[in-house]
Write a protein that binds this ligand. Structure first.
Ligand code: HEM
Length: 512
C-alpha cells in the first residue's frame, strides 16, 4: 500500500515539476513583457485571489494593476480585460485569434464533452450549429414567425399574476416558467411546464434550480482546470457534482427527444419546431448531426436562454420598484403609447424609447454573465505592447467595464436618461459594437440568442410595468430593497424578489 502511495506521489511531483519547467520556459520565451498583475503563489498561482465573487475580486485587482491584467491561475496564463479599449482589442482587433474557448470541466462533464454550440471548437461544426439556430430561432424572419408565441406566454404570465393578487409571488420563478415555455414552444412545439392558478409547476422549480446549479458549477474556478495534474483528485468535488447534474439533464433531454421521435408529445404548434428539423438532419445524413449533438444543442438553448433572460427581467423590475420616479415615467410612456385597454405588443416596442433606455441601463448594471464566457488565444499575440502567450485564457470583466468611472458618470446610479437624446451615451447600444457595455459579449462568438434575449427582456419588462403596480412583501420600503448579487456563471439576485402585483389596466386585459 505504502509503495503505491510513494509511486503516486512521485508521479505527481514529476508532473508538477514538468509543468512548472514548461510554464517558466514558455513564459520567458518572449522579450515583450506580460501584462502586470498580482504576484502569484507557487503552483496555485493567483487562484486564491479570485475570492467568492470573482467579478468583484477581479474588478478590485484591476484598480491596482490596470485594465489589462495578467494572472496565473494554477499553470494557466490568464488575461483579464477590464476596460472598453482592452476588450475591443481582444474581441474586435484580435477576434479570430480568440474565437475558441479553453478546455474546462464544465464543457467536458456537462456539455456533452464539447459536442454543444457554446464550447464547440471554432470551425465547421460550430458554424453549422450556429447557422441552424440562427435560421430557425434568431433570424429576423424566425423572430417574426414566433412573435405570437412570446406574446401569448407573456399574456399567460400577466393572467397568472393578476389571479394570484393580492398574494405575494416569487416573481423570478414565474418569469422562468414564462421564458422556458416560450423557448420550449419554438424548440419542441409545446410548453414544458404548467403555470395554472398563479402557481408554479414543481417541475419548473426543479428545472430552474438545475439551470442555476449548472451556472454555479460552471462559474466555479475548478482547480483541475488550472492544474491538470490534480484534475483526477477533484479537490473541490465540483466534477462529481457536474457528473451528477449531467445525468439529470440527460434524462430530461433524452425523454424529450424520445417522446418527440415517437410523435407522442402533445405538440400544439402549427410551425415546424427546431427539434423536428434537427432530427431530420440526423436522419438525412448521420454524419451531419449526432444524437448527442442534438441533446447538447437543446441543453444550450434551455440553459443559456432561460435564466439569463428571466434574471435580467427580475433585476429590471427590482430597479424599477426601487426607483418610483422611473416606474411612473415608464407607466406614463406606456399609457400614452399603448393605452389602458390592451397589453403591450412587440410592435409597440419601437415607440417606447424610455422603456428601451431602462432595459439598456439594466443590462449595464446587471449583465447576466458578468465574466462573459472564457476564450483562449490560439496563437501568441501582442496587445498594447504586452505579450499574450499562445494558450492564454481570456476573461472579459463585462461587469467591471460597464461600471468603469472613466466611461460612465455616477456609474453605480440607475439612470436610464444617460441613453436618451442629450444623455452622455445617447447613441450607445448593448449589441456588441459599443465596448463600454457588452452584456452579450462581442465578435464571432457573441451570444447566439441576443435578438431573443433583448426582445424578451423588453417585452416582459414593459408588460409587467404597464399591467401592474408593485408592492414589496410585508410593506418593505422600496428604498430598502436588497440588491446584493449571488454568484454563479450568471448573476442572480441574492434574495428572490417577492412582490404583490396590483392590477392597473382595464379588467378584460387580464382574462385568459
Ligand atoms: C439576457 C439574455 C442573455 C445574455 C445577457 C447573454 C449573454 C451571453 C454572453 C456574454 C455570451 C458569451 C459571448 C462571448 O463569448 O463573447 C453568450 C453566449 C451564448 N449565448 Fe447568450 N445571453 C443571453 C440570452 C441567450 C439566449 C436567449 C440564448 C438562446 C436561446 C443564448 C444562447 C447563447 C449561446 C448558444 C452562446 C454561445 C455562442 C457561441 O459560443 O458561439 N443566450 N451569451
Amino acid at each position: 500500500m505504502s509503495a503505491w502511495i510513494l509511486a503516486l506521489a512521485t508521479i505527481l511531483v514529476a508532473i508538477l515539476i514538468y509543468q512548472t519547467i514548461k510554464f517558466i520556459t514558455h513564459r520567458f520565451s518572449s522579450s515583450i513583457p506580460l501584462p502586470p498583475g498580482p504576484r502569484p503563489w507557487p503552483i496555485i498561482g493567483n487562484l486564491p485571489h479570485m475570492g467568492p465573487v470573482p467579478h468583484h475580486a477581479l474588478a478590485a485587482l484591476a484598480r491596482t494593476h490596470g485594465p489589462l491584467m495578467h494572472l496565473r491561475l494554477g499553470f494557466v496564463d490568464t488575461m483579464v480585460a477590464s476596460s472598453a479599449a482592452v476588450a475591443q482589442q481582444f474581441l474586435k482587433v484580435h477576434d479570430v485569434n480568440f474565437s475558441n474557448r479553453p478546455p474546462n470541466a464544465g464543457a467536458k462533464y456537462m456539455a456533452y464533452n464539447y459536442n454543444d454550440l457554446v464550447f464547440a471548437p471554432y470551425g465547421p461544426r460550430w458554424r453549422l450549429l450556429r447557422k441552424i439556430t440562427s435560421t430557425h430561432m434568431f433570424s429576423g424572419k424566425a423572430m417574426n414567425d414566433f412573435r405570437h408565441i412570446r406574446q401569448e406566454e407573456v399574456a399567460r404570465l400577466t393572467h397568472n399574476l393578476a389571479s394570484s393578487s393580492p398574494k405575494a409571488v416569487n416573481l423570478g420563478q414565474l418569469l422562468n416558467v414564462c421564458t422556458t415555455n416560450g423557448i420550449a414552444r419554438v424548440l419542441l412545439g409545446r410548453r414544458v411546464f404548467d403555470d395554472g392558478n398563479g402557481g408554479c409547476d414543481p417541475r419548473a422549480e426543479e428545472f430552474k434550480s438545475m439551470v442555476v446549479e449548472l451556472m454555479v458549477l460552471a462559474g466555479v474556478f475548478n482547480i483541475g482546470d488550472f492544474i491538470p495534474a490534480l484534475e483526477w483528485l477533484d479537490l473541490q468535488g465540483v466534477q462529481a457534482k457536474m457528473k451528477k447534474l449531467h445525468k439529470r439533464f440527460d434524462a430530461f433531454l433524452g425523454s424529450i427527444v424520445e417522446e418527440h421521435k415517437q410523435g407522442c408529445s402533445d405538440k400544439s404548434e402549427s410551425h415546424q419546431d427546431l427539434l423536428t428539423t434537427l432530427l431530420s438532419l440526423e436522419d438525412d445524413d448521420g454524419t451531419k448531426l449526432t444524437h448527442t449533438e442534438i441533446k447538447a444543442l437543446l441543453l444550450n438553448m434551455f440553459a443559456a436562454g432561460t435564466d439569463t433572460t428571466s434574471s435580467t427581467i427580475e433585476w429590471a423590475i427590482s430597479e424599477i420598484i426601487k426607483n418610483p420616479r422611473i416606474q411612473a415615467q415608464v407607466q406614463e410612456e406606456l399609457d400614452s403609447v399603448v393605452g389602458r385597454d390592451t397589453l403591450v405588443t412587440e410592435l409597440d416596442l419601437a415607440h417606447l424609447p424610455y422603456l428601451e433606455a431602462v432595459v439598456k441601463e439594466t443590462f449595464r448594471l446587471h449583465p447576466s454573465t458578468p465574466l462573459s464566457l472564457p476564450r483562449v488565444a490560439s496563437e501568441s499575440c501582442e496587445i498594447f505592447n504586452y505579450h499574450i502567450p499562445k494558450g492564454a485564457t481570456l476573461l472579459v470583466n463585462i461587469w467591471a467595464i460597464s461600471r468603469d468611472p472613466k466611461e460612465w458618470a455616477d456609474p453605480l446610479e440607475f439612470r436610464p436618461e444617460r441613453f436618451l437624446p442629450g444623455g452622455e451615451k445617447a447613441h450607445v447600444d448593448v449589441k456588441g459594437n459599443d465596448f463600454e457595455v457588452i452584456p452579450f459579449g462581442s465578435g464571432r462568438r457573441i451570444c447566439a440568442g441576443m435578438s431573443l434575449g433583448v426582445r424578451m427582456v423588453q417585452l416582459v419588462t414593459a408588460t409587467l410595468v404597464h399591467a401592474f403596480d408593485w408592492e414589496l412583501e410585508n410593506g418593505l420600503n422600496p428604498e430598502k430593497l436588497n440588491m446584493d448579487e449571488a454568484y454563479g456563471l450568471t448573476l442572480q439576485r441574492a434574495a428572490p424578489l417577492t412582490v404583490h402585483p396590483r392590477v392597473r389596466l382595464s379588467p378584460l386585459v387580464y382574462s385568459p
